[in-house]
Ligand binder design. Structure first.
Ligand SMILES: [Zn+2]
Length: 142
């Protein structure tokens, strides 16, 4: 054998071994990647299931929102104002219900000679009608 042939054979053997080692490394990486892909696939499937569950929840909530909207449309009572009469409540006709306006106080309580000028025991002016002397029958002559 010539030395060059031995050298070439050595080169070939070493390159083959290097190639084999790199191939094993590649196979290892490929298997690792496959495992990662499987893990990601599992996680993806879990997420798909979760997404479906969330979509069902969203649909359920959307139905509830629609029902609440329909209920509000059926009875549009503003919850903030408690004093307002509900729309379904029968309103009394104004001609029947309206009380007559109170007459002016002077006409009602004061007589021909005005109000009694005497002061009561409470310290307020007497509310009775006065006679010609400016006092009521009770404070007359006081
Ligand atoms: Zn009086």
């Amino acid at each position: 054998m010539k030395p060059i042939v031995i050298f070439l054979f050595f080169i070939l053997c070493s390159s083959m071994s290097v190639f084999g080692q790199s191939k094993e490394t590649l196979n290892l990486e490929i298997s690792n990647l496959k495992a990662q892909v499987q893990t990601l696939d599992q996680k993806n499937q879990e997420l798909v299931v979760k997404t479906a569950t969330l979509q069902k929840d969203i649909e359920f909530l959307q139905r509830q929102i629609d029902e609440l909207k329909a209920q509000r449309l059926a009875s549009p009572v503003p919850p903030a104002s408690n004093n307002s009469v509900p729309s379904g409540y029968p309103t009394v006709p104004s001609t029947q219900q309206a009380p007559p306006p109170p007459p002016p106080a002077a006409v009602k309580t004061t007589g021909q000679y005005g109000r009694c000028r005497a002061t009561t025991q409470k310290g307020t002016q007497c509310s009775r009608n006065a006679k010609s002397n400016g006092f009521c029958y009770q404070h007359d002559g006081v």
